[in-house]
Design a protein around this ligand. Sequence first.
Ligand SMILES: [Zn+2]
Ligand SMILES: [Zn+2]
Length: 254
Amino acid sequence: MEIVFLGTGGGRINLIKQIRGTGGFRIDSSSANIHVDPGPGALLSSLAEREDPLGLDAVIVTHNHVDHFSDAMVMIEAMTNYGLKKRGIVIGSKAAMEGRDRSVHGYHQSKVDFAYAAVPGEKKTFSTDKGSFEIEIIAMKHEEETAFGFKISMDGKVVGHITDTEPAEHLGKAFSGCDALVVNCMKPETDKYHGHLTTGDVIAVLKEARPKTCIITHMGLKMMKAGPAKEAERIEKESGVKVIAAKDGMRFKV
Ligand SMILES: [Zn+2]
Ligand SMILES: [Zn+2]
C-alpha cells in the first residue's frame, strides 16, 4: 500500500497562490485506489505523478470546503470511465452530499455504485472490483460542521486521516491503531484564526493515538515559513512517534 501526496498546501493564501499544491492525496492498494480531498489541481497533479484517475475506486470529500472538493466531480467522471459506466464509491460529508450547497452534484452521485453521506460513528465496508475496504467515520470539529475524519482498514493495514479540525478531546483515542496517520497540521502556533490543528495540538493527539508513522500535510504559509521538516522533528521528539512532513509528489509505503 502506498500513500501519494498530490497537494500538501493548506490555508486561504496558499489556495490561490499555489505555493504548494492542493490536490489532496491518494491511497493506492491492491483492493482499492482512493482519492482523498481532490482540491484544485488534483486532476493535473494526478496526471503529472502518473496516478491514473481512471484507476480510482473511491473518492472521499471530508468536507464542503473548496480546497477539499473542487476537482471531486472530474475525478468521479474519471472513476466512472469518462462518465460512461456506473461504478465506484463516493464518500462525502453530509454538507458535501446532501446540503443546499452540496459540492458533489446529484448527477455525479447518480454515476457511482455507492454514494454515502458520512455519519460519524458509523463503520461501513465497501466492495470494489478488486477487493474491499472498511471505513470508520470519525467526527471533526470544524466550521463545516459535518466534516469527518476516518480510519480505513484495507489489505491488513490501517490508514487514518485527521482533516481540518480544531483540537478535540476524542481525537487521540479515536485514531489509535493506525499504521499511518495523515494529519492536517496547518500552522506551528495558535493564532486568531481557529478551526485547524497546530504543531502543539498534533503532539497531544499523537501521544494518545500512537500511530506507527504520522505524516503532516495541508500546511499553511506560517507552517512553510517555520519549516515543515523542523516542525515534524519537534512533533516526533515530543510525542515519541515517527513523524514525516509531506511534500508534493511524496510517496509513502505503508
Ligand atoms: Zn482545508
Ligand atoms: Zn476546511
